[in-house]
Design a protein around this ligand. Structure first.
Ligand code: PRE
Ligand code: MN
Length: 355
């Protein structure tokens, strides 16, 4: 191989690169003009039929050496980039993203603010079992100055034979007891047709991990004005998690709290693996408050304290923890709940405010 011919071939490529560059940018200018016309007439930017016709014509004229598949792939990339050029800069970013909304969203639960520097704790039993059970926990929350009471009335359980919750009766218990102690109710809703029930009884609608991609449910909570606690699905990526939140916010409800609750891994010594890295990533990618459910993330009481500290150190706006007057006889998640004296000790160790 003569050095000169190698150099001259490379020189030819340099020239062709510049010509291609010039051509794709000329194409882009025309695409922009078409985009303006489409905008003026309210037309869809994406036109798959036009794209298919262009590809068919290109392949008809293709004499190689590039294969039809390669040509198709290259031009599809050009069409995609062209489409992005036509879309408004603003609309490319999700509503839940910090790029779209740089300041922290404060979720207001009545007079209780979540996020924006406030550190909060949601506590209560896994399931509502009786009024006495809920009252014992509520009384303690009130004593400690805590405001947010959780309890499950609709329980999406892995086995259909497990306790499914008290349903509306459970919600009514939560409401009565919360009102008695001036607390706010956080409870899961599983059915899009139960929004009226939610509005009657709860202050925050929880969307459980198993329903993170129940899109009809997400649309339904997006259309009401109650705050939503959205839990990350056990196998959901952070991108999928934020898209789920986008379903809610895009329907008009921006009062969304993101809740990391552990993801499924091969590890067996914890119920799930607490993805602590999710917290700072969600805080920087999104303006929504971020909570960590330390009970479901770990499934074991002995490491709740370090996990709570880790959550706050990572920037979480709050934690959620399961507390039951007598965990041994709990109808769900018995092994992971702590009793009231244990919760008292946990609070003292976590924050001198509670000592
Ligand atoms: C263009 C861009 C996006 C559409 O999906 C189809 C085609 C292209 O790049 O060729 C241009 C365009 O908007 C159009 O022809 O309608
Ligand atoms: Mn539980």
């Amino acid at each position: 191989m003569g050095q000169t011919s190698f150099e001259s071939l490379r020189k030819q490529l340099d020239d062709l690169n510049l010509q291609l560059l010039h051509l794709i940018n000329r194409r882009a200018e025309i695409v922009r003009e078409i985009g303006e016309i489409k905008k003026k007439h309210g037309m869809q930017k994406f036109d798959p039929i036009r794209e298919r016709d262009m590809l068919t014509n290109l392949i008809k004229s293709n004499k190689g050496p590039f294969s039809d598949r390669t040509i198709s792939h290259l031009f599809k990339q050009i069409f995609q980039a062209s489409l992005e050029l036509q879309q408004d800069e603003e609309k490319k970013e999700l509503l839940v993203s910090r790029k779209r909304h740089p300041s922290d969203t404060i979720v207001q639960i009545g007079d209780v603010p979540i996020g924006g520097g406030e550190k909060s704790i949601i506590a209560g039993p896994c399931s509502v079992e009786s009024e006495e059970q809920v009252r014992e926990v509520a009384k303690f929350l009130k004593q400690q100055g805590l405001k947010l009471l959780r309890g499950g009335a609709f329980k999406p359980r892995t086995s259909p034979y497990d306790f499914q919750g008290l349903g509306e009766e459970g919600l009514a218990i939560l409401r009565r007891v919360a009102d008695e102690y001036g607390l706010k109710v956080v409870s899961e809703i599983v059915n899009p047709s139960d929004m009226e029930l939610a509005e009657r009884y709860v202050d925050v609608v929880q969307i459980g991990a198993r329903n993170m991609q129940n899109f009809e449910l997400l649309k339904a909570v997006g259309s009401i004005s109650l705050p939503v606690l959205l839990k990350r699905g056990m196998s959901a990526t952070l991108e999928e998690f934020l898209y789920a939140a986008e379903y809610i916010v895009s329907r008009g409800n921006n009062q969304v709290i993101l809740c990391e609750r552990g993801i499924r891994t091969y590890e067996k010594w914890t119920r799930n693996t607490l993805d602590i890295s999710a917290v700072p990533i969600l805080k920087s990618e999104s303006h929504l408050p971020v909570f960590v459910d330390i009970s479901h993330a770990t499934g074991r009481p002995d490491i709740l304290l370090p996990m709570a500290k880790a959550a706050f150190a990572a920037g979480a706006d709050g934690i959620m923890i399961e507390v039951h007057p007598d965990p041994k006889v709990a109808l769900s998640d018995a092994q992971q709940q702590i009793n009231i004296p244990q919760f008292e000790e946990f609070l003292k160790q976590l924050d001198p405010r509670f000592a």
